[in-house]
Design a protein around this ligand. Structure first.
Ligand code: SF4
Length: 153
């Protein structure tokens, strides 16, 4: 899979100490995006699932965050990372520039698998005019923190 970067112990990408995996590739092109170098779908560096799983062997971690870029640009790969995270008792936060409604409308098997393997989805594009520092873990106030199990109940 194509990876833009990894932060082994992040405190800003969700609750607790988290392994943050930045997937390469994004199609949303939000004005004011902080990570424009992650947009190129052909950029980043190639990593195997095993290489990423090695970072999960850290007893201090409470979860993993799939971010980018947009993990839904490599949904199958990101799904396998999320699945391995659950095997390591790590909760899964997933960021996307799509809204959850857009993801469901796409009716894409791999995207749905990634969505359902996520515990929490932070959805929607970054909107510069709605930029906020007041809501934890989001960049703009339109973005929602969605409990996936609750959502699909
Ligand atoms: S979805 Fe995220 S990575 Fe993609 S352009 Fe928007 S802010 Fe940047």
């Amino acid at each position: 899979m194509k990876i833009a970067g990894i932060v082994e112990e992040s405190v800003v990408d969700g609750p607790g100490l988290r392994l943050a995996v930045f997937f390469q590739g994004c199609v949303h092109n939000c004005k004011g995006c902080h990570n424009p170098e992650t947009h190129d779908l052909n950029g980043g560096k190639e990593m195997t699932l095993d290489q990423i799983v090695e970072y999960m062997d850290n007893p201090l971690l409470s979860g993993i965050t799939l971010t980018g870029g947009d993990p839904f640009c490599q949904p199958k790969e990101a799904y396998f990372v999320a699945k391995e995270a659950h095997k390591h008792n790590l909760n899964v936060f997933t960021y996307t520039g799509y809204t959850i409604e857009q993801l469901i409308e796409k009716n894409d098997e791999d995207m749905m698998a990634l969505l359902k393997e996520s515990d929490t989805l932070i959805d929607g594009p970054f909107i510069l005019a709605k930029r906020t520092l007041d809501i934890p873990f989001v960049g703009s106030s339109n973005q929602r923190i969605i409990d996936i199990k609750e959502y699909f109940k």
